[in-house]
Design a protein around this ligand. Structure first.
Ligand code: 5AD
Ligand code: SF4
Length: 459
């Protein structure tokens, strides 16, 4: 895979066109952290082109929707928003750009061409670096631009970036996915796996540390299948973790999302040895039934998953696990669902992200027989949710009385007078404290639990 440096030519050209005109942009991000990281790059490009960010959509000259298509509700959200901005387009001539995963779906782009003609620019996941060129073409020639590549894009380095957080930095290490889980649209919209070079990743993280960032989140659709090029001995994900752990100034490292099939012993040992790595690991289960897992093409059984979870807990006793679960996959029988409940009971997850199966156009599961009726899907979802919430409450009690190292992220959103941060197992902690603590790591004693957060005091 070739790695290319971004060419700033079109960024400068747009800058010349709009200089001094006080143009503003707003970006809406749907979907996962990878999309959030892409939006930070879109914001970086917009800023270098001379736009300033606004929170007020009514004064924006450029609106960018970075879309997701993992489940149906993400689509509904976009079309709802597009309806809302039509009036703005008519009144102010606001430029409307769409990008991200949904734009890689043919039927969606067709729908936009037919029914949302006021959209100006469409670019996909493989053409994000061409946003300035597309915008320049629109501004200089008044042509609508549809710029989508079906083949996998190159890995681009050097895109400008405007980060959302001052403490926690998102760092994509690989793009795409080769797994083809049968329910999942991602391999079709993000393409095959492409890795960034270790030297580029390490350079980025080193300069983040110099800027004062304490925490990095390594991102990829399948992070633990990362392949290096041998630079500094980095050939795989375990090597990369060890190298990032050595970077001075970085104190917390986390990563999403790994696949259980690639959770090899060397990755477990690297986490065990590297004290900066977060003590919550995400291990997406999807289903507890070996039969369903087979039809999902997950490449592990219920027993293999349980063995892996046990091995991780045995090797790294202070680690807790989080997971993703889909209920109502085609053909899921009551006994299959009970297997899922059984795994949840046995593993005792710290956090469970629960999803109702959503049919995705073009995936193998879309065509499977025995699609589960909506009422059964919802009834199972509610049963799973009840179990998870009961477990969470029980589990939260273990924190009370402990002293935790908390990176203080900022003021609490719900109470101006309180600060908030997270434990190294990603639990939200709310506490009283001085503003100077923001961005620092503090020792905090946990005094009570409140389901979705813990309350603490400076120890
Ligand atoms: N329906 C429901 N949930 C899905 N996920 C992925 N595809 C689908 C789908 N078609 C969930 C998986 C994945 C998470 C990011 O989204 O649990 O791990
Ligand atoms: Fe949504 Fe998947 Fe794209 Fe992330 S990679 S934005 S979850 S479709």
């Amino acid at each position: 895979m070739k790695t290319l440096e971004i060419d700033k030519e079109y960024i400068n050209k747009v800058n010349n066109l709009i200089a001094g005109k006080n143009k503003k942009y707003i970006v809406y991000t749907m979907g996962c952290t990878l999309n959030e990281n892409d939006s930070e790059k879109i914001s970086g490009m917009a800023t270098e082109m001379g736009y300033t960010q606004t929170e007020n959509i009514n004064e924006a000259d450029l609106i960018i929707f970075n879309t997701c298509c993992i489940r149906e509700n993400a689509e509904e959200k976009l079309f709802g928003k597009l309806g809302e901005v039509k009036k703005l387009k008519q009144e102010r001539g606001t430029i409307i750009a769409l990008c991200g995963c949904m734009m890689q779906e043919e039927h969606i782009v067709e729908k936009i061409k037919q029914s949302y003609r006021y959209v100006d620019i469409v670019f996909g996941t493989h053409t994000i670096q061409k946003f300035p060129e597309d915008l320049y073409d629109l501004l200089s020639k008044e042509n609508k631009v549809i710029d989508i590549l079906d083949i996998d894009g190159e890995v681009y380095e050097g895109l400008p970036i405007k980060r959302e957080s001052k403490n926690k930095a998102l760092v994509t290490i690989m793009y795409g996915c080769n797994n083809f889980c049968t329910y999942c649209i991602v391999p079709y919209v993000r393409g095959r796996e492409r890795n960034r070079r270790p030297e580029d990743i390490l350079r980025e993280i080193t300069s983040l540390a110099e800027e004062g960032y304490k925490e990095v989140v390594l991102l990829g659709q399948n992070v633990n299948s990362y392949k290096g090029n041998g630079y500094n001995g980095i050939n795989n994900f375990a090597d990369l973790l060890r190298a990032v752990n050595k970077i001075n100034g970085i104190e917390i490292i986390s990563f999403i999302s790994p696949h259980p099939k690639d959770f090899t012993d060397d990755v477990i040992m690297a986490i065990k040895d590297c004290n900066k790595i977060s003590r919550i690991l995400h291990l997406p289960l999807q289903s507890g039934s070996s039969e369903v897992l087979k039809r999902m093409n997950r490449k592990y059984t219920k027993e293999q998953y349980l063995n892996l979870a046990n091995k991780i807990k045995r090797e790294i006793p202070d680690v807790v696990l989080s997971t993703d679960i889909i209920v109502g996959f085609p053909g899921e029988a009551e006994t299959d669902f009970e297997d899922t409940l059984d795994v949840v009971k046995q593993v005792g997850f710290e956090q469970v992200f629960m999803f109702i199966y959503s049919k995705r156009v073009g995936t193998p599961a879309e065509k499977m027989e025995n699609q589960i009726p909506e009422n059964i899907k919802h009834e199972r979802f509610d049963r799973l949710k009840e179990l998870v919430e009961n477990q969470m409450q029980e589990n939260n009690k273990k924190y009370i009385g402990t002293v935790q190292n908390i990176l203080i992220e900022g003021k609490s959103k719900t109470n101006e007078n309180m600060l908030t941060g997270r434990t190294n197992t990603n639990k939200v902690v709310v506490l009283e404290g001085k503003e100077e603590l923001i961005g620092k790591i503090a020792k905090v004693k946990i005094v009570s639990e409140h389901m979705w957060y813990l309350k603490g005091e400076i120890a």
